[in-house]
Design a protein around this ligand. Sequence first.
Ligand code: NAD
Length: 478
Amino acid sequence: MTRITIAKGDGIGPEIMDATLNILIAAGAQIEIDEIEVGEKVYLSGITSGIKDESWDIIRNNKVFLKAPITTPQGGGYKSLNVTTRKFLGLYANVRPCVSFYPFISTKHPKMDVVIVRENEEDLYAGIEHQQTDEVVQCLKLISRPGCEKIVRYAFEYAKQYGRKKVTCMTKDNIMKQTDGLFREVFNEIAKEYSEIENEHWIIDIGSAKLADTPEDFDVIVTLNLYGDVISDIAAQITGSVGLAGSSNIGEECAMFEAIHGSAPMIAGKGIANPTGLIEGAVLMLNHIGQSSVAQKVKNALLKTIEDGVHTADIYNPSISKRKVGTKEFSEAVINNLGSEPSTLMAVDFKNGAALKLPPYIKKAQKQKTLLGVDAFVHWNGTDPNELAQMLHEINPEVMPLKMITNRGIKVWPNGFKETFCTDHWRCRFQNPEKEIITKEDLLTLLSNALGKNIDIVKTENLYAFDGKPSFSLGQGQ
Ligand code: NAD
């Protein structure tokens, strides 16, 4: 028996959860259930996280969490419970299999069978945002080597376990050479350890276009958090409906399973919601807890039901479907099909379906870090960068002269274009051309001189070389 935590959530959540649990129990799943309350009611009781402290204890104790969708109330102040859960519990891998059910559910992509492995904790989802000047706000994109190694290794191990042939990496490393560049570098390193699996890289923009056009060319895709969020919805939608896909959120200790769709408040309480997404989430959960034969039985019964033309309203198509059913009838049809297999759709075989066992991250030897200068971000309302440069020449320490000014990343001094539009946010780079070593005192001298001259430095970023390699971007046009 495995003790799991469930939450019925909001909107259609209770209907699809009841349908799913009935199927799991009928299929012989060896589970004991602790139910917690999360979502709208909890939010509106004044708990801005949407979950009570005692519920965290239950989730952390059981380590396996099956969650129905929840409604995040409109208006500020409410934190997304999904993002909080992923981060608190270290659920670094979001896995979304997206498979089409052609010819039984309409899709333009009959041969689609893609698994998106999305990094789940880092990237712009760190949510570190600041307003720095009247005109400019920023969001920090944080990417770590452990984060990249864990997710890329997960993707290759997943491919290996499930007999997948290819892992595709998608990044924008032509633009973000440090952050996306690190992700790709780690991908290239780890791919070498899996010579039996083909690997390739696509720039995310053309990669997503290609995915939307010919998804059958992809197998497993691994990518960063934001790109993964976008392409996994695209992939699920083009299988036929977002209501069909489930996902797992996997960490070293805990895991959460869910449908990818939301709480669909418009159809809540009508008994017409499609429970397939949550059933798919539960199938992923059963595999994770080592009950692969039950997972296989449920999935094959689900496929058979879809193949029988027993369809809920969202996928009902009079020229394909045989019977339009509600949530409960659909789950009863799945229960009746337990033990049967589909004949046209490919039956699943989960004999290798258990949770992946990944080696823990091994910290690397520290690199030699050398300070080469600083980028000082200045809030200045002027328009002529030559004038700003003149002021900055008066404050830079001798060892660290002003080298460049950019505005929103594009070089405007020296030799900028008068056509370039400038905001009130200027990145001013102080760096010794001779690569002489700069000290932290030099930075303090710069800040103190700026204070003396009323120059408003709103933020600094140190410029480092790691093992002698300068590790910061150049200005565009530099
Ligand atoms: P949604 O996924 O709830 O609905 C989008 C459309 O798909 C609607 O037309 C809906 O009726 C339909 N739909 C969704 N699931 C269906 C199902 N199982 N069967 C039949 N039709 C289905 O997205 P939304 O309307 O943008 O969001 C509604 C609420 O859900 C919001 O409060 C949002 O914050 C929340 N949400 C929660 C999660 C989650 O808990 N994981 C995810 C996304 C959105």
